[in-house]
Design a protein around this ligand. Structure first.
Ligand code: CMC
Length: 427
């Protein structure tokens, strides 16, 4: 009868080892018994960038990268995008189940109660230069929240964790909107708790002299975009939140690490980079030359490719639909034509086909954000707003996981052997 084990022969010693296979996985620490002699540290695995290493067990988000499937807590992303609100999704990610009407009402009220930030936060914002990148402002101010809520360090108290999670979900739209207003030299707009979560955020960003009159289609589109970004299992920023959180620091500090990771152009910053790329291409007729440059290794087609998806990113499919609805309201963004042509060419080109490079979530999202009136450098902030529930759910899951310890990878040392110090005159 087949056994769920792996037999390994160490050809250095001729010894055999049998290690258990669970969930199609072997434990890296089971390899440590494989030694050449007693002094040997034991066999390690080498996996830069975690290409094939599961760093946790998680029940939050399921992705099948070959089939293009994404589910939060079992619910297909398509159904959530079509039928849920962002706060329902936030609740689902945190609690594991969709809220009942009463639970949702209570959750919504609690969030509303916490939307205001201490007025000293506005002073931080004043300190930033007029051209400060909004992601820099966001990560700085979210990190600074830990100084306003020193109680947040009591991470082993479930009630305390719940309070900090609500604070983050409630206050981050306020801080994000403040950063937007600061960049534009506009007076800050404070939360209006008669509005819903998305409506309040849109009002805080766009209101000029009175409550902003929302375009319902654009507001709904923003809600869908935030839902699509709400979690994506062990991506770079979530891994950052988990790794930093594993030191048992407060959640504001751990989440600001996630925001920092998201800022990078290979991660959330790609939505901004896509628009820069489309601007640089400028015209459809320049696309073939641009594609040739990418294929020659000079630059990347931003918004394409994914570590996990080796087929069309399901989020990108949904975003394309949202784009149609948005552009019907706002008129066509001329860059959409360039984007569509880039996609058409790339999907037929052997270079991209062979490497299974398809549009990812960031390819079309920036065009929509731009049509809504958000400047390019603000796009990743919108991604961060969307990702907040995922980071929080993953942070808590990590803390409650008995298998987890402080994140601390090993290394293969490649430096000098011991050598004696040489005084500066003798070097
Ligand atoms: N344009 C051109 N070539 C690419 C691209 C791209 N966008 N992405 C990957 N490749 C090539 C890469 O050069 C490599 O080719 P070769 O095998 O000849 O060396 C091959 O495809 C595999 O790429 P990789 O860098 O080993 O793949 P990865 O899993 O480490 O990287 C990625 C994933 C998303 C960082 C990468 O595809 C990329 O840089 N894409 C552009 C940036 C982007 O759109 N990021 C957003 C990701 S989705 C949302 C998010 O996570 O925030």
């Amino acid at each position: 009868m087949a056994k769920d084990t792996l037999t390994i022969t160490d050809n250095r010693t001729g010894r055999n080892y049998e290690v258990p296979i669970e969930d199609d996985t072997v434990k890296a620490t089971d390899l440590r018994q494989i030694k050449v002699n007693d002094d040997d540290f034991g066999l390690m695995t080498y996996d830069p960038a975690f290409m094939n290493t599961a760093a946790c067990r998680s029940a939050i988000t399921y992705i099948d990268g070959d089939q293009g499937i994404l589910r939060y807590r079992g619910y297909p992303i398509e159904q959530l995008a079509e039928r849920a609100t962002f706060l329902e999704v936030a609740y689902l990610l945190a609690e594991g189940e969709l809220p009942t009407r009463t639970q949702l009402d209570q959750f919504t009220e609690t969030i509303k109660f916490h939307t205001y930030v201490h007025t000293n936060i506005t002073k931080f914002l004043e300190g930033f230069r007029y051209d400060a990148h909004p992601m820099g402002m966001l990560l700085g101010v979210v990190g600074a929240l830990s100084t306003f809520y020193p109680d947040a360090k009591h991470i082993h108290d479930p009630a305390n964790r719940a309070l900090q999670k609500v604070r983050l979900l409630a206050k981050v739209p306020t801080i994000a909107a403040f950063a937007f207003r600061h960049s534009r030299g506009l007076p800050l707009v404070f939360p209006d708790n008669d509005l819903d979560y998305i409506g309040n955020f849109v009002n805080m960003t766009f209101s000029i002299g009175g409550r902003h009159k929302p375009n319902k289609v654009l507001q709904h589109a923003l809600e869908i975009l935030l839902i699509l970004h709400a979690d994506h299992e062990q991506n770079c920023s979530t891994s950052a939140v988990r790794a930093v959180g594993s030191s048992h620091v407060d959640p504001f500090s751990a989440i600001s690490a996630g925001i920092a990771a998201l800022y990078g152009p290979l991660h959330g910053g790609a939505n901004e980079a896509v628009l820069q790329m489309l601007d640089e291409i400028g015209d459809k007729q320049h696309i073939p030359k641009f594609i040739d440059e990418v294929k020659a290794g000079r630059g990347r087609l931003m918004g394409f490719g994914h570590r996990v998806y080796k087929s069309y990113d399901p989020r990108a499919k949904l975003i394309k639909k949202v784009a149609d609805e948005v552009f019907e309201q706002t008129g066509l963004n001329p860059k959409l034509e360039i984007a569509l042509e880039l996609e058409r060419i790339a999907l037929e080109d052997e270079y991209f086909v062979k490497r299974k490079l398809y549009p990812n979530v960031d390819f079309y999202s920036g065009l929509i954000y731009q049509a809504m009136g958000y400047p390019t450098e603000y796009f990743t902030v919108l991604f961060a707003l969307g990702r907040m529930p995922g980071w929080l759910a993953q942070w808590e899951e990590m803390l409650l996981d008995k298998d987890q310890k402080i994140a601390r990878p090993r290394q293969i040392f490649t430096g000098h052997d011991e050598r004696a110090f040489v005084p500066v005159e003798k070097r």
